[in-house]
Design a protein around this ligand. Structure first.
Ligand SMILES: NC(=O)c1ccc[n+]([C@@H]2O[C@H](COP(=O)([O-])OP(=O)(O)OC[C@H]3O[C@@H](n4cnc5c(N)ncnc54)[C@H](OP(=O)(O)O)[C@@H]3O)[C@@H](O)[C@H]2O)c1
Length: 258
């Protein structure tokens, strides 16, 4: 019996590439994002005789969006086996001068909607003893991020939350995975207004969305709890653990500066 994956932020970047991974293996798709035209194009590209693709247009900054998404999948009689919480965005700049509305929306999209959707879809998975949640965190999860303070904090939340529920779910047939990419070539940097930062300009450190998605997808199917794509990103995440915290804060600030 074919399975169904619901992917948020499927209209671009890593989410789009993850959708292609699931489609390749014959998993039916529910694609969620705000851009209806892009979702429609992607649905037509991925749809095939044996594979259904449903589009749900939703703004995850609206607190009611997760319940509306659940209503839409129920109305379509769909059991969601795999939930991919990928939608997210960042904002560069000093916290004190930042646009508070955007920061609060970011917390809603990156954390609250992710938790809400997970809480809505997990009971069905646990009851069927099948499925998993793939949460897209970031290497930003491993340290505080001066000049992108809220974004880094949201990703630390996603990592902590995912590891905790992965342990709670052990031996239930359901898994939880945190995918922690480093800099990845997508629309993220333009939207976050960080195209000039040292981290983003270090081209050798930037992976493609396809590479990140393929690694994340494989690790998810294997039931891994935390996956960091790319050797440089793995080394970065490890070095943070053994370095003095004050040094970590300063170096991260330097990397975020233009
Ligand atoms: N690129 C990187 O360097 C990088 C590194 C580490 C982690 N990540 C994480 O990877 C995930 C995917 O980002 P990406 O790099 O692929 O960036 P992207 O190309 O900008 O894609 C972001 C996706 O999130 C969706 N989204 C944003 N705000 C939304 C909202 N309010 N409601 C619904 N959907 C929303 C966007 O769709 P619409 O605009 O159509 O709504 C889009 O599909 C994010 O969680 C990001 O934090 C990215």
């Amino acid at each position: 019996m074919s399975k169904t994956a619901l992917i948020t932020g499927a209209s671009s970047g890593i989410g789009y590439e993850l959708a292609k991974c699931f489609a390749r293996d014959g998993t039916n798709l529910v694609l969620v994002a705000r851009d209806e035209a892009k979702l429609g194009q992607i649905a037509s590209e991925l749809r095939s005789p044996g594979l259904s693709v449903k589009v749900i247009v939703a703004d995850l900054a609206r607190p009611v969006a997760p319940s509306e998404i659940l209503d839409a999948t129920r109305a379509a009689n769909l059991d969601v086996d795999y939930l991919v919480n990928n939608a997210g965005f960042g904002l560069g700049g000093s916290f004190v001068e930042s646009d508070l509305r955007t920061e609060l929306d970011m917390m809603q999209v990156n954390m609250v909607a992710l938790v809400h959707l997970t809480r809505l879809y997990l009971p069905g998975m646990r009851q069927r003893r099948l499925g998993g949640v793939l949460n897209v965190a970031s290497t930003a999860a491993f340290q505080p991020g001066p000049l992108m303070a809220i974004y880094y904090a949201t990703k630390a939340f996603v990592l902590s939350f995912t590891e905790a529920i992965a342990e709670e779910l052990r031996d239930t047939g359901v898994t939880a995975t945190a995918l922690c990419p480093g800099p990845t070539a997508t629309d993220f940097q333009r939207r976050a207004q960080i195209e000039g930062s040292r981290l983003v300009r270090a081209k050798f450190a930037v992976m493609t969305a396809k590479e990140v998605a393929e690694i994340g997808y494989r690790a998810f199917l294997e039931g891994k709890v935390v996956v960091i794509p790319g050797l440089l990103n793995k080394i970065g995440a490890q070095s943070v653990r053994i370095s003095p915290r004050a040094l970590v804060r300063r170096v991260t600030r330097k990397l975020q500066e233009g």
